[in-house]
Design a binder for this molecule. Structure first.
Ligand code: 5GP
Length: 126
């Protein structure tokens, strides 16, 4: 079920639990601003999720309310994970789903990193 990105942050969401270490994840990277782990249901050869450590529901929430340091730290972490995975030269794709039309299911901002193979068209076509 897609989430409503205008609702307040819910500390019980699954990625909050991963960040607190309450449920396991396949960790890829961590710094002061971000945590990266493998998607449990990969949609490409490489499918890694990067989340900010702060309590932000979506890209909308984050871009409106996060500090410049949080935003800078998060963006740099996404790039770092892609470099660590060797994705720069072959190329890769970033995606952040927001709300119902975006198909967002977890109410903690996450960027999907897809790669490791040609990724096909940018978006589903009718
Ligand atoms: P969204 O649709 O919100 O953009 O993407 C949520 C992503 O989180 C999905 O790709 C889904 O497979 C992944 N996911 C959901 N629950 C878990 C979990 O418990 N662990 C991990 N590693 N990924 C999860």
């Amino acid at each position: 079920m897609p989430i409503d990105p205008t609702l307040p942050y819910d500390d019980a969401n699954i990625f909050a639990k991963i960040l607190r270490g309450e449920i396991p994840s396949a960790k890829v990277y961590e710094d002061d601003w971000a945590f990266a782990f493998e998607d449990i249901n990969p949609q490409a050869e490489v499918h890694t999720l990067v989340v900010p450590k702060g309590r932000y529901v979506s890209w909308d929430d984050f871009s409106a309310k996060a500090s410049d340091a949080e935003i800078g730290g998060f963006i740099r972490a996404v790039g770092e994970v892609a470099r660590m995975k060797g994705l720069v030269e072959p190329g890769y794709r970033l995606m952040a789903n927001i709300g119902a039309h975006g198909g967002q299911e977890v109410p903690h901002l996450h960027v999907h990193i897809f790669g490791g193979e040609p990724l096909g068209p940018m978006i589903w076509k009718r």
